[in-house]
Design a protein. Structure first.
Length: 308
């Protein structure tokens, strides 16, 4: 079917977008109807009307299953972004009706989700019980994508992004540290080099984002002869390998602090390697008053942790 002259995605109204989004996500009209708490005939009617406005089908029935067309796949990213903004508007409206209470969606690196951010969230929520949170840990690229797709209001990461759509504020500073088993160096000095463990495998964080890049450029280049026996893509896995006696690892200090215990300890590197901690958000969606207050609390929480 050829689209009629003038037919385009702008022909969809908000109801069309809501129904198309629900059917695409759910995979069937019946599941979409249940999710929206409406009848199946009403979903079918709106979907058919949307297809008429567009001039091409959005779904086809293949072996009893509803399958999106190529046109539907092409439209969905834009529709998903619009739908996310509609949901954000609804959430804001609900917050205003509830007397200004707020909901913050925060994405963070897994290492920051091990201790410091949840601790700050817990304290902040106690002081501001009207503020609710949705928290998720994501890798660097996925965090930025969550911001682009408006699925997060704030991302907390180790690198200030260079992108025209994103803005950032510096929250604090961290250091790379050497994580090791206490039994291998019971009386460790305040700072260590990797040469302190000549008989231990070096667990590499190559390819694990900004910390991995620092590891490669600032640490490995200083010890080019040191073999990397194991490669971990996440700080948590690196710490788990250390705990099981696989070797020593250079990780960010927040991972080190979260895993310090009777069996593990950490020390900053002899030649300090530092990195920034940043709050990142969309430039066209500046942080709300509540989000700015949370960022301030996060700055104080990191300072308290490092001063303890």
């Amino acid at each position: 079917m050829q689209p009629p002259r003038g037919a385009n995605a702008n022909s969809l109204n908000l109801r069309h977008i809501e129904i198309f989004h629900a059917v695409y996500r759910a995979g069937s009209i019946s599941a979409a109807a249940r999710g929206l708490n409406v009848s199946q005939p009403s979903v079918s009617k709106v979907l058919k009307h949307a297809e008429g406005r567009l001039g091409f089908p959005l779904f086809r029935l293949v072996k009893g299953r509803l399958v999106p067309t190529d046109e539907a796949h092409a439209l969905f990213p834009d529709v998903d972004e619009i739908y996310g903004r509609i949901e954000s508007l609804r959430e804001t409206t609900r917050n205003l009706l509830n007397g200004g209470d707020a909901h913050l969606r925060v994405a963070m690196l897994p290492s920051l989700g091990l201790g410091v951010v949840p601790e700050v969230v817990a304290r902040f929520h106690q002081r501001h019980p009207g503020v609710s949170f949705t928290l998720q840990t994501l890798h660097n690229e996925d965090m930025l994508r969550a911001l682009y797709e408006r699925k997060s209001d704030l991302a907390v990461a180790y690198e200030a992004p260079r992108h025209p759509r994103l803005a950032h504020t510096r929250i604090g500073t961290g250091e790379l540290v050497l994580l090791y088993r206490r039994e291998h160096l019971p009386e460790a000095p305040p700072r260590l080099s990797i040469e302190a463990f000549p008989n231990q495998e070096m667990i590499s964080l190559a390819g694990s984002g900004p910390v991995g890049a620092l590891f490669a450029t600032e640490v490995i280049q200083r010890s080019p002869g040191r073999a990397e026996g194991l490669v971990a893509q996440t700080y948590y896995i690196a710490a788990a390998l250390v705990r099981h006696g696989a070797g020593v690892a250079i990780v960010d200090e927040f991972t080190g602090r979260a895993h310090r215990g009777p069996d593990l300890d950490f020390r900053p590197l002899e030649d300090a390697v530092t990195f920034g901690v940043y709050g990142i958000y969309l430039e066209d969606q500046p942080l709300s008053k509540t989000a700015r207050a949370f960022v301030s609390a996060l700055k104080a929480g990191i300072q308290d942790l490092q001063g303890a």
